[in-house]
Design a protein around this ligand. Structure first.
Ligand SMILES: [Zn+2]
Length: 479
């Protein structure tokens, strides 16, 4: 009986809180409607529906911000009138020092809160329990704004991103802040941070395996793309134009390779993307991230038939042999054609038609798995001059060295792809679309942060990656 009375008292308290919350909001809505009416009377340029929506849009922040503030006051009531708190460092029982105002910028507008402040004079530690309960960012612009900003800035230059963001959201956001937030979100990410989980990959493998006699083919394509980089020494203090020019004159840009790989499944004519990872890095760093992927079990050769497609770089094949000794190795058909073209343009210099016909016939033979016949033909070719002889020798050496990898006839019979078209398109999308712009020279660490965020986006893990940043940021704020 007594228990029932307590329960009903509690539910009565809840109801009256809810009641008061609604009453307050109804009053705020009335106030807002007055505000809106005045604003609509002053309306100028736009007429019709656009005029109405634009008028409301401009005022919406005042209303929605109030709703959010009231909601916080309802849900976090205990934090708002908190008189005492334990110091999070030494555990001392502290009395409230003050109630301070703070304005938060969020995607739904500004929210102003008033919350208790505590200070431990022994630890010299001040804190706001409500801020911690709400997981607030120490920046004025909160995480929802930061995520949207990083999302946009990974797609386009900061200046453009800042203009668009401000226009679409109504939240002023400088390109400098865009840059800062994006770099913070993309900082210290490794391949596993941006990878789908083991379960997500297993699920995709399962989908492609249905109704198949053989394990599906998983392709690991490795390749590089050039990125214009600038040295760390180009950084300096001050933002003056003169200083900038002076610095610019001192540093020299360098083209560096964004090395990367893409892992996907072949489902007949369709590619099922699993994972992309591209960074401006050397071969050892690339190998280390491949090793991480392997050790995390993301490439499970009991579930798939693994094939590796790459160009002729020896270091790639050395790494592949060490990490995936049983993988099916394929030399990218299109990279291979470069050597054939070189022979043709030297040998049939005066006869472009003959050069073209020879390339077509030779590529067709390679396509059919007749690499040995191509080599036989090359060895019997009469070079017209020294450059021609050199290119013939180069081509022969290349084909002989990769003989097993260019058995395109049997590759195709096994259902394997013979070109790394899949990674070329990933490269264009991930690297070129954002990094290759005229006059844009990147600091390596900044380009890698952008690349990591773009890979995450491509892999479908962007939101997860951003949440990771939020958690890290929270930890660093508290400690
Ligand atoms: Zn303390």
């Amino acid at each position: 009986m007594a228990e029932a009375a307590i329960v009903s008292l509690e539910s009565y308290r809840q109801e009256s809180l809810e009641q008061k919350f609604r009453e307050r909001l109804h009053k705020e809505l009335d106030k807002w409607l007055d505000l809106l009416e005045n604003a609509m009377d002053d309306r100028e340029k736009l007429s019709g529906l656009w005029g109405i929506t634009e008028g409301i849009r401009k005022q919406r922040e005042a209303l929605i911000g109030t709703v959010a503030r009231e909601w916080i006051e309802k849900e976090y009531a205990s934090y708002l009138d908190q008189e005492h708190a334990n110091c999070p460092v030494c555990g001392r029982w502290l009395k409230r020092q003050d109630v301070c105002q703070r304005t938060l910028e969020t995607m739904i507008g500004q929210i102003t809160i008033h919350r208790p402040y505590f200070y431990c004079s022994v630890c010299r530690h001040g804190f706001y329990p409500l801020d911690e309960a709400l997981n607030l960012s120490s920046r004025r612009k909160q995480y929802d704004v930061q995520e949207a900003a990083a999302d946009l800035a990974k797609e386009m230059p900061y200046e453009k991103a800042s203009q668009l963001f401000t226009k679409l959201s109504g939240i002023p956001m400088s390109d400098h802040l865009m840059h800062e937030v994006t770099n913070a979100a993309g900082d210290e990410l490794n391949v596993l941070d941006v990878s789908p989980t083991l379960d997500e990959i297993a699920e995709k493998i399962q989908e492609v395996s249905v109704g198949r006699k053989w394990r599906p083919i998983m392709v690991l394509a490795i390749d590089g793309a050039d990125v214009a980089t600038r040295p760390e020494s180009a950084k300096g203090s001050g933002r003056g134009r003169k200083k900038h020019r002076a610095r610019r004159a001192r540093w020299k840009g360098e083209w560096r390779e964004a090395k990367g790989f893409r892992i996907y499944l072949v489902d007949d004519e369709r590619i099922v993307h699993l994972l992309s990872w591209h960074q401006v890095q050397d071969q050892w760093e690339l190998a280390a991230s491949l090793k991480q992927v392997k050790e995390a079990g993301l490439i499970d050769e009991t579930l798939v038939r693994l094939c590796v497609i790459a160009d002729g770089s020896q270091w790639i094949w050395n790494q592949v042999k060490a990490l995936f000794p049983t993988a099916h190795e394929i030399l990218d058909f299109y990279h291979c054609s470069g050597y054939i073209h070189e022979v043709a343009s030297n040998q049939y210099m005066d006869n472009p038609l003959k050069a073209m016909e020879w390339v077509e016939a030779t590529m067709a033979r390679l396509f059919c798995g007749e690499a040995d016949k191509v080599i036989w033909g090359l060895e019997r070719m009469k070079p017209r001059d020294t450059p021609s002889r050199q290119s013939i020798n180069r081509c022969c050496r290349y084909l002989k060295k990769h003989l097993d990898r260019i058995d395109y006839g049997s590759h195709r019979k096994g259902g394997y792809p013979i070109g790394s078209g899949g990674i070329e398109s990933a490269h264009r999308f991930i690297c070129h679309a954002r990094l290759k712009r005229s006059g844009a020279w990147w600091y390596v660490e900044n380009s890698n942060r952008i690349l990591a965020l773009r890979c995450a986006d491509y892999n479908g893990t962007f939101e997860r990656v951003f949440q990771r940043y939020v958690q890290k940021d929270q930890v660093s704020r508290i400690t």
